[in-house]
Write a protein that binds this ligand. Sequence first.
Ligand code: TRP
Length: 466
Amino acid sequence: MSLSPSNQRAHWGSRIGFILAATGSAVGLGNLWKFPYITWHNNGGAFVLVYLIAVLIIGWPIMMAEILIGRHTQASAVPAFEKLGGKWWSLVGWLGVATGWVILGYYAVIAGWTISSFISCIQWSFTEYQEPAPGAFGEFLSNGPLQLLLSTLFLGATMLIVWRGINKGIERATKVLMPILLAIIGYLVISVLFLPSIGRTFEFLFTPNFAAFPASGVLEAVGHAFFTLSLGMGAMLTYGSYMSRKESIAKSAAMVVLLDSVIALCACIIMFTIIFAAPDVEKTVSGSTIGMLFITVPRLLYTEIPLGSFIAPIFYILVAFAALSSTISLLEVLVALLIDKLKLARAKATLIAGGAVFLISFCCAFSLGGLSFLSDFTFFGEGKEGILSTLDHLAANWMLPVGGLFITLFVGWVLDRKISDAEVGMRNADGSPTIMYNIFRFCLRFTAPVAILAVIIAVIWGKDFS
Ligand code: TRP
């Protein structure tokens, strides 16, 4: 393990260590579950284009901003903001920790569904596919104790990895998980390339048709850029704090953004080609968010796709691995706070943080049945019933954009420019900033805050981005 001599803080063992861990954090249910769904509903092409622009001009600069705060202070979110901005700015760190706690609480429950899909696929692959009865998935969701069991398994696996620390836990796990994930995605993309419906997928994804593009899609794209890149709550900041001074922040961030976007697009290519292969596409795609990944895709894999019964279990392992490398980063934010602030040992910090998350997961597990005060809980109105949807709405539509706004404002307007200059580098031979650096500063100070404010204002007006 490489330790910095100054403060004995662990560091990634190599440049690829940071990139793999950060990509692992970014690539998750957001890419494989949410992105295909919202792309479908926003009619493809134009939405994809707007999303990619949002990732480039908002996602990339904010990711750099988070990493540079983390690396400069060598501290996690709360102490980092405290050091650089004082007591009031440390509230941004606290907001981030609260956001991570909430997201991990419900994310673990959804991640648990991947375990269940995997088990079903194994059964189907070894025996024979049996069409689940209508409403079977709803019944599964309302089985509170089962939901709790699955999410606890997932949380337990996350805790084990985080417990083992930066190098032996997170870095080693992501070094194994990410290549497997990339290999499985590559295999799936290649196998769908041979389906006749591939042409329709490419047309759908890459021919922008602005006439069929709902205006709300712009804001949806911005909101999703935050979630999918793990921005707005200090996850990348915390991972940045383990980055060595030798690495280039701009290049590492660009790599993570690129990999995340490519994987999200691959997920669309895989899913849409399977869906377009069905005889009656419109009927096939379930209307619910949950439907596409957990109902439609397995059915089509087994009934329409050559070698589908071989691919299906692999596909759900992929989704589970992707979710796991994301939950690791969410838990690490809480654990790093307890270690930095309360000087707890990592083992103790992991237990306390895991216990705190369990409380939320418990409520979310019973969110769709079992305990009526949890399933009936409504704060945001229709369509957001139940504690799980309420927390998802709260975190994705309020907490992340607000956190992200403060992060850009802080680095763009409050933090001494010399710090950002020194951390980011990007100088020409004569010492002047490169064009890319100037673009980064401009996006950070103007483009990103204005776009995020637009999202927040739209949310206040009642538009839902979940
Ligand atoms: N980015 C992950 C996904 O796409 C989820 C995630 C992990 C996340 N860490 C985060 C989202 C921090 C917001 C903030 O599934």
